[in-house]
Design a protein around this ligand. Structure first.
Ligand code: UGA
Length: 434
């Protein structure tokens, strides 16, 4: 049976969940305090760039199953299930800031007019769902609700696909009544035999952190192996491919690069270290992953410095987003790399198919932005690829050679064909391959 659901927060996680849950046949109200976002969403315009999202948004708006509002009180009263999908940004010390999550919990307590299931989708430290439960109980003086931990495993850029084809759905729960409701909500996934992991609240919270910390570790591992490959003359792609043939290792997330970024890995690795400190448990491995990831970004600048003193040099940058298929600049390796280049006196001309608007908020007028990749090559001493956008894989290298003043290409994502690049007289630097 379809359910009446309210999703609080219309960022990446909330918006995809709202659209996806409506597509499963539920009646969904997406709410946000940001009026301009809600106005856009009502018109079927997505405030974020995410492939496929607008098609699903429009389809579900038209069907009447999906609506948007800024009236959170009313949306909660009208719904049986409330998804909390607000941000948990890192505080100075790396701990997750739970202010917005508890604001929503307070609003739920105020509007608890009948039985409700409160589902936490936001990534929250272990123990938070229990605190949410106690908080709502204390503020409302009622017991007529259940709390569920349902962490999100979506990848930006592939979020819509991931929502409909998850590797697994993790649900931390305490009451059978709430479990039945979650089964109803996700019935469509049940039908296609998606594995469901039913566990307690703390286990669900831990699965999320452990998964992200493991993936961040895997990337950092291959980055260090790539650096070693450079030193000993091995090719990291062949190494990673052969490693991945071992079923115990798996080939995914073994692509070397300029270091991981985004809104999740940097935040969640810091948060799990904080959880370790609070519980007096050694998290030295993940601490070192965080350090090594910062060094990997710096290494990209050092690679250029092997060839030139950066003072007054013109560097063309292709790609600013933290990965392809997103306009998200949060913790993008481009931020540290470009700031370092600027510190050393370089002049930057940058292109990105989607992230320029967000990049402007960070670099302001300290760098030049161009709307075409070839304009980023004009008269530059070196060209650096930071994001693996498909369009950079097929750049016209002959044209690049003519446009560039220098002949150095630093391909931090290993997207170019080395033979072709070298045949044109470029000096090529990648990550872990010669
Ligand atoms: C990540 C997880 O993959 C999702 O499962 C999770 O739901 C999400 O965090 C979250 O916690 O919300 P996302 O940050 O969107 O998703 O992006 P990823 O595709 O995981 O990439 C993260 C970073 O690692 C990017 O900077 C990417 O370029 C880098 N990366 C990824 C590599 O350098 N090498 C790889 O092989 C894979």
């Amino acid at each position: 049976m379809s359910k009446k659901i309210c999703v609080v927060g219309t960022g990446y996680v909330g918006l995809v969940a709202a659209v996806g849950l409506a597509d499963f046949g539920n009646l969904v109200i997406g709410v946000d305090i940001d009026k301009s976002k809600i106005e856009k969403l009502k018109k079927g315009i997505s405030p974020i760039y995410e492939p496929g999202i607008e098609e699903y948004l429009k389809r579900n708006l038209n069907s009447g199953r999906l609506t948007f509002s800024t009236d959170i009180d009313n949306a909660i009263q009208e719904s049986e299930v409330i998804f909390i999908a607000v941000g948990t940004p890192p505080k100075e010390n790396g701990e997750a800031d739970l202010r917005y999550v508890f604001d929503v919990a307070e609003t739920i307590a105020k509007n608890l007019n009948n039985y409700k299931v409160v589902v936490t989708k936001s990534t929250v430290p272990v123990g938070t769902n229990r605190k949410i439960k106690d908080y709502i109980k204390k503020l409302s003086g009622k017991n007529d609700f259940d709390v569920i931990s349902n962490p999100e495993f979506l990848r930006e850029g592939k979020a819509v696909y991931d929502f409909f084809h998850p590797d697994r759905v993790v649900i931390g729960y305490e009451s059978e009544k709430a479990r039945k409701i979650m089964e109803d909500i996700y019935r469509s996934l049940y039908l296609i035999q998606t594995p469901f992991v039913w566990c307690n609240l703390e286990t669900a919270e831990m699965i999320k952190y452990a998964s992200n910390a493991f993936l961040a570790t895997k990337i950092t591992f291959i980055n260090q192996i790539a650096n070693l490959c450079e030193a000993v003359g091995a090719d990291v792609h062949e190494v990673a491919k052969a490693m991945g043939m071992d079923g115990r290792i798996s080939p995914k997330f073994l692509h070397p690069g300029p270091g991981y970024g985004g809104s999740c890995f940097p935040k969640d690795t810091k948060a799990i270290v904080e959880i370790g400190i609070k519980n007096n448990i050694d998290m030295s491995l993940i601490k070192e992953v965080i350090n090594a990831n910062e060094k990997q970004k710096e290494r990209m600048v050092e690679k250029l410095e092997k060839y030139m003193d950066l003072k007054d040099k013109k560097i063309g940058i292709l790609g600013l987003a933290f990965k392809a298929e997103t306009d998200d600049m949060r913790e993008s390796p481009a931020i540290k790399i470009i700031n370092k280049l600027l510190e050393k006196g370089a002049k930057i001309t940058a292109h990105d198919p989607k992230a320029i608007e967000n990049a402007r908020k960070i670099f302001k007028d300290k760098i030049e932005y161009v709307d075409n990749e070839y304009k980023a090559m004009n008269d530059v001493d070196a060209l650096m690829i930071i994001t693996e956008w498909n369009e950079y894989r097929n750049i016209d290298l002959e044209k690049a050679r003519k446009l560039m003043k220098g002949n150095i290409i630093l391909d931090t994502r290993n997207v170019l064909d080395i033979k072709k690049v070298k045949a044109l007289g470029f000096i090529y630097e990648g990550v872990g391959r010669k």
